[in-house]
Design a binder for this molecule. Structure first.
Ligand code: FES
Length: 302
């Protein structure tokens, strides 16, 4: 299901970068993240693609069952936790299922800038591939390769040749279910792509942290100096919100990036999937919905 979103007052919606997403407020307490799809129209509207997931957490079913043309919905500003960095070498885009959506925007940008790229989209069946018509008729259609896993053309059995040919200055961007992204990362690493060359976004949270890693610690709010204890069974966001601090929590599971907060002092125990390994190493920001603390005290910019 492709949804076109326009400003209710007729204003032009703010520009977005390839890889960006919005929060869609579907119903009270039901917020989901959807990638913005650049289909080359540039008319001030947003396009998002919502694939019905009967085994999911209920967001896509609610969109399919409740949202009708002309409805007024609330969305957030675009946020980008999956930015496309302009490469010196070629780019390999790998998607599975609805993971195709952010990569369509990346392909459009790469095409506009004349960068070399290939886009490999894996699907259980071509008819089930979101945006298939757009991919097969668009300006960069000769760079698109649709793989039908029901006919044995799966990523597991036939990964693209380029994946096995790492290029200096090049990059791999992968998006899809966690198992697909994990396999792509493993194959890229085995082939010699550096960790800094592999970028990914997934649509499900990582496995929950081991309980023994969940020691209590103290959080200090820099704005007030208030000290708050975080117990092993609660998140930093739980504690901050209980004491009246805004956290901007959305997915609550470490994969949307809405709750990222600046760290003033202390060392976070990063458990999110939105910051890169380099960002984790800087320890300057923390996802307060899921991450914890390696130091006894963590002072945050709240
Ligand atoms: S709320 Fe989504 S990453 Fe924290």
């Amino acid at each position: 299901m492709l949804l076109e979103l326009r400003d209710a007052e007729g204003a032009v919606l703010e520009l977005f970068e390839a890889g960006a997403h919005i929060d869609l407020h579907i119903a009270p307490g039901l917020i989901r993240q959807y990638s913005l799809v650049d289909v080359g129209r540039n008319d001030g509207a947003y396009m998002i693609c919502v694939q019905r997931e009967d085994g999911g957490r209920g967001g896509s079913i609610a969109v399919h069952d409740r949202v009708r043309e002309g409805d007024t919905l609330t969305i957030s500003s675009p946020r980008n936790t999956f930015p496309l960095r302009q490469p010196d070498g070629g780019v390999l885009l790998l998607s599975a299922g609805v993971g195709v959506t952010p990569l369509v925007s990346m392909a459009a940008r790469l095409h506009r800038t004349g960068a070399a790229f290939e886009f490999h989209a894996y699907t259980r069946s071509p008819n089930a591939l979101p945006l298939r018509e757009h991919l097969e008729s668009g300006a960069y259609r000769d760079r698109v390769f649709v793989h039908d896993s029901s006919r044995g053309d799966s990523f597991r059995t036939s990964a693209p040749r380029l994946l096995h040919q790492p290029v200096e200055g090049g990059a791999v961007y992968a998006c899809g279910p966690e198992a697909f992204v994990a396999l792509a990362r493993e194959r890229a690493s085995d082939a010699g792509w550096g960790p800094e060359q592999f970028h990914s976004e997934r649509f499900a949270p990582m496995a929950p942290p081991e309980p023994e890693g969940s020691a209590p610690f103290t959080v200090i709010a820099a704005s007030t100096g208030q000290e708050m204890s975080v117990a092993p069974d609660e998140s930093i966001a739980d504690v901050l919100e209980r004491h009246g601090y805004e956290t901007y929590r959305s997915c609550g599971q470490g994969y949307c990036g809405s709750c990222v907060t600046r760290v003033i002092s202390g060392i976070p125990d990063h458990r999110d999937d939105t910051q890169s390994p380099e960002e984790h190493a800087r320890n300057s920001h923390i996802n307060v919905c899921c991450s914890r603390s390696l130091s006894a005290v963590l002072e945050l910019d709240v």
